[in-house]
Structure formats: C-alpha cells, structure tokens
Design a binder for this molecule. Sequence first.
Ligand SMILES: Cc1cc2nc3c(=O)[nH]c(=O)nc-3n(C[C@H](O)[C@H](O)[C@H](O)COP(=O)(O)OP(=O)(O)OC[C@H]3O[C@@H](n4cnc5c(N)ncnc54)[C@H](O)[C@@H]3O)c2cc1C
Length: 351
Amino acid sequence: MMKTKGYIIVGGGYAAMFYAHRLIKNNKSFVVFYDGERGASQVSAGIINPVVLKKFTTFWKAAEQISALEETLEEMKQYTKESFLIKAPIHRIFHDEQEKKLWLKKYDENPKLKHFLSPNFSYIEGVENPFGTGMVEHSARLDVNNFFHSMLGYLQEQGCLIQEKFIYDRLDMKQSVYDGIRFKNILFAEGIKVRENPYFNDLDIRSNKGHHINIKLSKAVDSSLTIKKKHFLFSNEQEFCYYGGTYDRENTNEGIDEKAVSQLEQGLSEFYKHDYELLSAHYGFRPTVKDRRPLVGRHRYYDNMFIFNGLGARGILNGNYFSELLYQNIEHNVPLPEEVGVYRFNANNQS
Ligand SMILES: Cc1cc2nc3c(=O)[nH]c(=O)nc-3n(C[C@H](O)[C@H](O)[C@H](O)COP(=O)(O)OP(=O)(O)OC[C@H]3O[C@@H](n4cnc5c(N)ncnc54)[C@H](O)[C@@H]3O)c2cc1C
C-alpha cells in the first residue's frame, strides 16, 4: 500500500539531522533515507566556533548562527532527553607577541569581534604556550557521537528512519513517488555524495578531505577546554583525545593518507611535548563551495525537490542556521538569501 509523507530526506549528516529537527518541531511527517556510512559529520570535531582563528576575523551571520544553535540544542533536548552542548571554549595558543597585539587590536576595533575575543589571556598547564592563549567567547563543542546516536535513535523509534541507500533510478518525479512512498517534498542532503545525484550533479561542490587522529596522552590536558594551535586538541569521554583536522582540496581518494597523519603528528609535537599513543586515524570529505557559503534551495525544474549542501568546514553552525531558512522557504515561501542560491555559479544563473 502507498504511504504518504510530507518529506523524504536523503542523507544522515548534519544537513539531514538539522532539517529533520525542523520537521519534528513543526509536526510534519517525513522519512530519512540514510545508508549508514560515516560521512564528514560523523568524523567532525564538533567545534562550534564564531571566529576564523588564522586571522582573527569573524564570518557571515556568526552571532545569529551561534544563538540559533543554542536554541535548537535546547529544543532537541526536549525529545532526545540528551544535552549535546559541551561548554569547553576554544583557547588559541599564540605563536608570538605580535599575534597577541593583533587579537587585542581586533577586539578594540571591531564591535563584532569584541563579542567573541576575550581580552584576558591565560596559560594552559601541560602544553607549550609561552605567549599564552586567547579564549573565544561563545565557542563550544557538540558531542558528536551522542548527537548522531541519539538523533538517529529517536528517528528510528518514531519510524522515520529507513536505513538504506536511496537509489535515484527508483525516483518517479512525475508522481512524486519513491518505492511506495508518495511525498510532498524531497530534500537531498548527501554531502559530497551529491555527485552521484543525477538531479544536482551539475553543481560546483568540491571535496576537501580532512583527517583527525585519536590519541592517548601520557600527561592529560584540561578537559574543560579545547586547545587550538594548528589544529584542535581536546579530550573526549572515551578517555582519548581528538586531534584534527587537516585540509586537502586535491586528494579525492578514499583511505588514510600517511602524509596527513604526519602533518597532524607534527602539529601536535609543536605544543605537546610528552609521549602519546596514536590509536587510530579517520578521514572524511567536507562538501565545500568556492565562496564558502552553502547551496540551499529548490531544483531548477522540480518545484518540490530541494538541496541542502555545501556546509564546508562549519557543518554544525551552517547546518542548523540554514535548515531553518530552508524550512521557512519551503513551507512559507520566505525567500532565501541570494548568497546561498543553488545556481549562483551556473552559466545562466537560473533558479
Ligand atoms: C576531519 C573533519 C573535521 C571537521 N570538524 C568540524 C567541526 O569541528 N565543526 C563543524 O561545524 N564542522 C566540521 N567539519 C565539517 C563538517 O563535518 C561538514 O560540513 C558536514 O559534515 C557536512 O554535512 P552533510 O550532512 O552535508 O554531509 P555528510 O556529513 O557527508 O553526510 C551525508 C550523509 O548522507 C549519506 N548519503 C549520501 N548519499 C546517500 C544516499 N543516496 N542514500 C542514503 N544516504 C546517503 C552519506 O553516507 C553521509 O553519511 C569537519 C569535517 C572533517 C572532515
């Protein structure tokens, strides 16, 4: 018998989960097709960071994104009974005195950054930080494992999760039917695998491969903070530390790259001078867009087909913030910002 759903969502990462949350919140019926593979989201560090830590700048809608995420995580707590927010602010290790001056200059001159850059520097035990560290206010971490475990578990319980690969050939867009499911809207949120999607494979979404390592430190570092020098270091609940991630736009091959692992070990040795054990290495492909803004919106020809992709290096903040904008667009015709237009790079720019 044919089932009818408000939405089909294809994907199982941040884009799919944050959009599913909008539907739960608004009592819409839906199913999520998730192939069960670990995408970029599942290997991500979970950092929630409003500042670009190379140059001490901020980015488009950072403040709005931070407060929107706090609100969403509170809402998720109501039905998952779990808290995913880890209040372990980022402490950026300064390379030299110049950087400290730059930090303070940005703090004084830019009202947006004043909100995020703490002017009070501190020193961290157990790591080399001769010039001290600057703390990023309003930064935090998402408990990544628990987030996916709980969200997918909840969807499963509610009968909203289909643990299968979505097969594009089975989609009948004339009838809006897939495998016995009639849907009002279909949303593709497949991360980098969007390349296999015949409806959206003309979009310029590029992969950026990232690795992280899990390590066991011989001398523990303060677990109430997230340390950043070249990459991020923090301890998680499983008694090991996460250190990562790298960026590689060129390599699109599956598998661990020894070069990336050495790069991480090198980065770590710059500020962690004690022994550690390398437990494992992991990688994922960030779906990125050349102007660093997501691709969100409706298909060129099909009025009830949508894409949510290009979350880049900020899957959590982008995923949450733009899921609400997309929901308002689909359900209430509120226009999406042109900056995230799906066809903004295509020749005739038609949307
Ligand atoms: C090492 C690393 C560290 C990172 N750290 C952070 C961080 O600290 N903070 C942050 O905000 N971001 C971080 N990111 C970026 C973030 O992970 C990405 O922006 C985000 O994961 C993209 O989410 P997504 O849902 O679009 O794609 P994905 O996470 O790739 O999810 C898509 C999922 O859909 C599934 N899927 C695809 N096609 C189908 C199909 N046909 N049928 C069924 N299922 C399908 C895939 O298998 C995949 O699991 C990091 C990324 C990496 C690689």
